[in-house]
Design a protein around this ligand. Structure first.
Ligand SMILES: [Zn+2]
Length: 182
């Protein structure tokens, strides 16, 4: 299992990637205001994001989404995306107090929202690759969804992003079986 710190990074990665909805052609991260709301939810600080932050975070999103989409088929390519992304924001290991002990975090030497988002998300995805394997990252099998997901469950058999998508797929399969073939 992943520790809570890496789990939060993975959640951030999936939520960030899913601000893009390729099937509907929607982009939920289309303004500085939308970015502010997204950051308030995930990385609360007092500093308001700028238009430059928006461009930079959207570039991080492209990397994160690509990593989630390609992980199962091309894990080597995902490792390259993670390594390049971490190098670009000059990520360095840092010890932080954690309860009674310590934990090792990855932190960016570059300042700003985008390097922070990049390090948290890529570090989270790296932890999934190392601890659980690349096939735990993927894209929803529903052709009308295509949202990304990370499967941190014990058995790791996830094919759909949500219960809703899995339910719709099983209803459709049931209808197909009942339909007369002639
Ligand atoms: Zn889905």
């Amino acid at each position: 299992m992943l520790d809570a710190y890496h789990q939060r990074g993975v959640d951030l990665a999936v939520d960030l990637a899913n601000t893009l909805r390729p099937v509907k052609g929607e982009d939920l991260l289309d303004s500085v205001d939308a970015l502010r709301v997204f950051l308030e939810e995930h990385l609360p600080t007092d500093e308001a994001p700028t238009a430059d932050d928006l461009d930079a975070v959207r570039a991080v999103r492209a990397t994160v989404r690509e990593a989630l989409e390609r992980a199962a088929d091309e894990p080597g390519e995902v490792a390259r995306l993670v390594n390049d992304g971490l190098r670009e924001c000059r990520a360095v290991p840092q010890l932080r107090p954690d309860g009674d002990g310590w934990r090792l975090e990855t932190a960016p030497e570059r300042r700003g929202y985008a390097p922070t988002v990049a390090v948290r998300t890529l570090d989270g995805l790296a932890a999934v690759l190392v601890e659980l394997g690349p096939d735990r990252l993927g894209v929803c099998s529903s052709p009308t969804c295509r949202a990304t997901f990370a499967d941190l469950s014990r058995n790791g058999s996830k094919q759909y992003c949500s219960r809703g998508c899995a339910h719709r797929a099983s209803v459709a399969a049931y209808r197909d079986r009942r339909r007369p073939s002639s």
